[in-house]
Unconditional design. Structure first.
Lengths: 399, 322, 290
């Protein structure tokens, strides 16, 4: 008994010292983590990510936390406005004293705080954007991305076209922002000087456009036989339907941002999408192929218990669950050393971590010189009922 | 009365000088943004309050100022303080060019035209034509200025004081303008346009100039905002910026310098409050608070202050007559 | 040449969307002399109500009717609860209330119905490659619905006493009150009708652009442009203006300014119309006394 008491006292002293010293945001019972999310404003749809993550850590806390500590994920609204992101991030770092920032959403918003967080040496873990620039470990050693970069995905489609149909006449439609441009650049990377010959027409649309019909009609007139669609769900659905309705039958490639059966293919018409090729890494909750998959069953159980009433066809909840699970792994690996240095070290030393909601064989991998945790995709073709995967798992180069 | 408001102004100024020594740098950043928005709202107020024209598109001028500062700092190595006059001139010109045709429109039509402008801003910022300068969709990251002359201040302290100084200067200029002949002419145009014209006021020119001046103020605020945030991108200037500035103006109260400050405080702090109340629908909470304020105080929060001053004056008057 | 005709047809189809929303904007302008910035968000909310009813098993046209009635009620309630107390407040404050409403409707819609994109059923047959794929059956049907609404609105304002009373109440409240028109109720009725027409527009638009909480935000500016082009006090003009904007947008996007500047083009149309023909092409010029 006496021994136990002493041990407790020593442990508390040890922790107290660490807390006062170099483990900001960490106490004996809690880890404080910060996050900015667009709960209001134009990108509110992605607020689902943050809600899923907060719910996931509630589940973890109910199960006793990680290494005896509860996770306190402080997820605040930035309205997808970079000035607000700066304000909220500073509030979390300076006022609340969080240990690190996690999965902040949006390329412009996270770019706005990247320099600040790196100067303060606060980890900016697993930012929720597919821009290619988050793997720049030399200039921003405290920032790490998460999902496969859009650019790499664009490269994969271009390579596939070169391999299977070298004489293709390609048409490209992309959203005129950092998301669409990254894909566009990926295709350019691969086609290189053949771009002018391969690509019959590239065209952009704006998120404020009510419809993309004009663009589709223009692309059809270019005489292309291959169409790359780099569009967010609503526009992807519009494009797929219009292409079919105007009796144009190109081989279509679709960004994996818009592969949701519930939010894209069903609205567009499942029969109108037959033959579309995409590269996926995450299991789509609306794809019947996963009806008996254990990973998705666990996810459904989590949704039922911790997010009752939430829309289960919304892929953002699966994504949030996966990235929260990745973070839980990192924190577990940290053990009792929750200094910012060690968190960053563990986040950049993940080896073949399997996430049950990812397509089997796709794993999370990082190293001190690889800040692109996910860079694998598997191609899949829509057969009218489900995404039929084919070929090997493809590893992108990153950059 | 004049002495009383002078005393009030001095008191506010004295209070405004305290924070750098009392508050954390995060709070200082928030206050810096309050000053920035106060200047922007003041610009909007010159147009709306003093000529009665509604603009829902001042975010465009805010963006123009911000991009001017960012481009000058990032591409031409211009020191941050020197970008302000340039932003002022550019936004004045921009406001003049847009205001000349737009101001022939009646109140509601102008609101619509400027609303359209606000929606179009992000697109214009992305144009390929200017991509080398604007960084296209990626935006521009800029550095935070260091305090000059080796002053023993943190960057945030210095930036707050610098912004405050610019703000005070702009408020003083605005006060003198609005109380002087020009302000009189502006109010005459707002209330009795025909009479004003008969008195020799060139209404179109006056309105256009006011619009340009208003755009200039908002543009300077944009430049200061960019320096404080250290980043500009098309997504920073969505239609919500214009709406936010308008909300600040309406909540604070028009034709009131104090109202601009109160409105700025509202738009900086209330969204955070809404977020704390509900993660599910912060926008709705913000909307409810906004409508609540407008129903309780349709003439703005500043009207409270005015009311608070007024009865006391009435009392002293009573005392004198007795 | 075929591509050109295709762009024109596709523009007319898109223009049908703008025409229906423009009609709702004209409606509320006629009835209240306000431009309600929350109109688009209210219409979206109504469309979600319709979807919820259809998913609950209601036949389409019954859900359609129920949604119109519910939307009418929401419009009347908003006028009674929010706009009535603001009657004496400055115009600025009421524009502020519209913005507050916009935020509330947008946020509440996402909260209740989620932000993910949803398909909305069309009452018209789903035959593909209809008219050579140049316009879908729904686009043609929706245009017909818009025209029917137009005729009803026109008839209502032109030939019924109530319509006349509503126009009078909006145009000159003081005199109207003197001749015994209950101005307050006329305004509430106007809000209700505008909300109902907005709901119809929403239900006709949703199958084309798909339903999400910000469905209308992109459309609204083009609809404004259409309404102003035709004349904001003229329902027929607004409908023609809506179609015209759709065609202009498509042709300019395809052949002149490119797709990056389509929205800017709508802005230019608005400003150009306001400068050169402030009453719109079909609007009546009103000489205002100052």
């Amino acid at each position: 008994m006496k021994y136990l008491l002493w041990a407790a006292v020593l442990a508390t002293l040890g922790l107290a010292r660490a807390e006062a010293g170099d483990m900001p945001g960490v106490s004996a019972t809690e880890i404080k983590i910060g996050q900015t999310m667009p709960y209001s404003g134009p990108a509110s749809a992605y607020g689902a990510d943050g809600r899923a993550e907060v719910a996931y850590f509630k589940m973890i806390n109910d199960q006793g936390g990680i290494n005896g500590r509860k996770i306190n994920l402080m997820s605040v609204d930035d309205g997808y406005s970079p000035p607000k992101t700066v304000e909220q991030t500073r509030m979390l770092v300076e006022q609340e004293g969080v240990s690190f920032m996690f999965n902040g959403l949006g390329t412009p918003t996270q770019t706005a705080v990247q320099k600040y967080l790196n100067m303060k040496k606060v980890p900016q873990l697993f930012v929720a954007t597919g821009a290619d620039k988050w793997g720049d470990y030399q200039h921003f050693p405290w920032t790490i991305g998460y999902q496969p970069s859009y650019r790499v995905e664009g490269q994969i489609y271009a390579k596939y076209v070169l391999k299977t149909k070298p004489d293709a006449k390609v048409a490209i439609i992309y959203q005129n922002d950092d998301f669409g441009k990254d894909y566009f650049n990926g295709v350019k990377d691969i086609f290189g000087d053949k771009y002018a010959k391969m690509v019959a027409k590239d065209i952009s649309y704006e998120v404020t456009d009510p419809t993309t019909d004009q663009q589709v009609v223009t692309l059809q007139a270019s005489g292309a036989d291959t169409l790359m669609i780099f569009a967010t769900p609503k526009f992807a659905a519009q494009i797929i339907r219009k292409v079919y309705d105007i009796n144009w039958h190109p081989q279509e490639f679709l960004t994996n941002v818009s592969i949701s059966v519930g939010a894209v293919l069903k609205p567009a018409g499942v029969e109108k999408a037959v033959g579309i090729i995409t590269g996926g890494y995450i299991k789509d909750s609306t794809d019947p192929a996963w009806a008996n998959d254990q990973g998705m069953k666990d996810w459904l159980a989590f949704m039922d218990k911790y997010m009752p009433g939430a829309d289960k066809t919304d892929g953002n909840y699966t994504y949030g669950y996966a990235v929260a699970m990745t973070l839980a792994h990192v924190l577990k690996e940290c053990g009792n050393d929750l200094s910012r240095e060690n968190i960053m070290k563990q986040a950049t030393n993940i080896h073949a971590l399997e996430i049950p909601v990812f397509i089997n064989g796709i794993t999370v991998n990082t190293s001190p010189t690889n800040f692109h945790p996910l860079r694998q995709l598997q191609l899949a073709r829509w057969n009218g009922k489900t995404w039929e995967r084919f070929g090997d798992i493809i590893e992108g180069n990153g950059s | 009365m004049a002495r009383k408001s002078l005393a009030l102004a001095l008191l506010i100024l004295a209070l405004a000088l305290l924070p750098p020594w009392l508050l954390s740098s995060y709070r200082l950043f928030q206050l810096t943004m309050v000053v920035v928005y106060a200047i922007a709202i003041l610009g909007l107020d010159m147009l709306t309050g003093y000529t009665g024209q509604i603009s829902l598109g001042h975010g465009a001028f805010y963006a123009a100022g911000a991009y001017t500062a960012a481009i000058l700092m990032a591409s031409f190595d211009v020191p941050y303080w020197a970008t302000l006059p340039v932003a002022a001139v550019i936004c004045f010109g921009f406001g003049f060019a847009f205001g000349f045709p737009a101001l022939r429109l009646g109140g509601l039509y102008l609101a619509l035209a400027t609303f359209g402008l606000a929606i179009a801003v992000p697109q214009l910022l992305k144009l390929k034509l200017f991509e080398d300068w604007t960084g296209g969709v990626q935006g521009i990251v800029i550095s935070k200025p260091d305090p000059p002359f080796g002053l023993a201040l943190s960057q945030d302290q210095w930036l707050y004081l610098f912004t405050l100084a610019v703000g005070v200067l702009l408020f003083l200029i605005a006060r003198n303008l609005l109380r002087g002949r020009i302000g009189l002419a502006m109010r005459a145009v707002r209330d009795r346009p025909v009479a004003a014209e008969a008195m020799g006021v060139d209404i179109a020119m006056l309105k256009t100039r006011t619009f340009a001046l208003s755009a200039m103020y908002t543009g300077i605020a944009g430049a200061l905002g960019a320096i404080a945030v250290q980043f500009v991108a098309p997504d920073s200037f969505s239609v919500f910026v214009s709406i936010t500035l308008f909300v600040g103006l309406v909540v604070g109260g028009v034709t009131s310098l104090l109202g601009a400050v109160l409105g700025a405080i509202f738009i900086v702090f209330v969204p955070n409050l809404a977020d704390q109340i509900s993660k599910a629908a912060p926008g709705a909470i913000y909307g409810v608070i906004l409508i609540g304020f407008l129903m309780l105080l349709p003439a703005g929060v500043a009207s409270l202050a005015r009311r608070a001053l007024a009865p006391r004056r009435a009392m002293t008057n009573q005392g004198e007559t007795r | 040449m075929q591509a050109l005709w295709h762009q024109i047809f596709s523009g007319i189809a898109t223009g049908g969307i703008y025409a229906s929303v423009a009609l709702a904007l004209v409606m509320i302008y006629q009835a209240t002399h306000h431009v309600n910035f929350a109109q688009g968000e209210m219409a979206t909310f109504s469309t979600y109500i319709a979807l919820a009813l259809i998913e609950a098993g209601f036949p389409y046209w019954l859900a359609f009717l129920a949604t119109i009635i519910v939307s009418f009620a929401i419009g009347v309630i908003i006028e009674r609860v929010l706009m009535r107390p603001m009657a004496e407040a400055p115009v600025l404050a009421s524009v502020g209330v519209f913005i507050g409403l916009l935020l509330i409707f947008n946020s509440v819609t996402g909260w209740i119905f989620s932000y993910s994109v949803k398909a909305f059923p069309s009452p018209f047959p789903e035959t593909s490659q209809f008219l050579g794929g140049w316009a879908s059956p729904h686009e043609v049907g929706a245009t017909l619905v818009t025209l029917v609404v137009l005729v009803l609105v026109y008839g209502f304002f032109r030939f019924t006493k109530l319509g006349l009373a509503m126009r009078a109440a909006a145009y000159n409240p003081v005199s109207s009150r003197l001749v015994g028109i209950r101005v307050g109720w006329m305004l509430a009725l106007g809000w209700g009708l505008a909300a109902a027409i907005g709901a119809i527009a929403g239900m006709m638009v949703a199958p084309i652009v798909f339903l999400d909480p910000s469905m209308m935000s992109g459309i609204l500016l083009y609809a404004f442009a259409g309404a102003l082009l035709g004349g904001i006090d003229n329902p027929l003009g607004a409908v023609i203006g809506g179609f015209a904007v759709g065609v202009i947008e498509n042709l300019a996007g395809a052949y002149v300014v490119g797709p990056e500047l389509k929205l800017t083009l709508a802005l230019v149309i608005i400003i150009a119309v306001l400068i050169f023909k402030p009453a719109g092409i079909f609007g009546r010029v009103i000489v205002s006394r100052v």
